[in-house]
Design a protein. Structure first.
Length: 155
């Protein structure tokens, strides 16, 4: 590869700063260059490339991380946390799993499999209906509990 020494030194400095901040995984929403991959590998940092902004935002929300638009040293409060990251195969598709502690996760993924697209669409609608019903019941139950606690205070 034909890179200038200044460009190489700057990129190594940036990635070393990321490694020194305690980050062990970098999740990118775009292409990761060959030289960046070299330095990420040198400092034992895993690189994950997500093609969708939606997926990147979802990973940030699930891990309590903050996305950075450019390569810079992240502050400790901007770093997310996961217990383990690994590649798994669901059906014939490889997926990257970000596993978070049992009581810490705010997002869950439901994987649906079916013979036809129409069948999967029906199952997806049923799951969405169930999730929305649970949300509505949770809101109603919390309001009932608040009402009962207010009545107890009055009595």
């Amino acid at each position: 590869m034909d890179f200038s020494q200044g460009e190489e030194a700057l990129l190594e400095k940036q990635i070393k700063a990321i490694a020194d901040s305690g980050a062990s995984v970098v999740v990118a929403g775009g292409k990761i260059g060959d030289m960046a991959l070299h330095f990420l590998n040198k400092y034992n940092i895993m690189a994950v490339r997500l093609l969708s902004k939606f997926d990147l935002r979802r990973v940030c929300k699930a891990t309590n991380a903050t996305a950075h638009p450019k390569v810079e040293t992240p502050k400790a409060e901007y770093l997310g946390h996961v217990d383990e990251i690994y590649v798994d195969e669901v059906g014939d598709t490889s997926v990257i799993v970000f596993r978070i502690g049992e009581n810490e996760g705010r997002i869950s993924t439901i994987v649906l499999r079916g013979a036809t697209d129409n069948y999967l669409d029906d199952i997806e609608r049923a799951v969405n209906d169930g999730v929305n019903t649970f949300k509505a019941i949770s809101r109603v139950c919390s309001q009932i509990i608040l009402t009962w606690s207010n009545l107890v205070k009055i009595i």
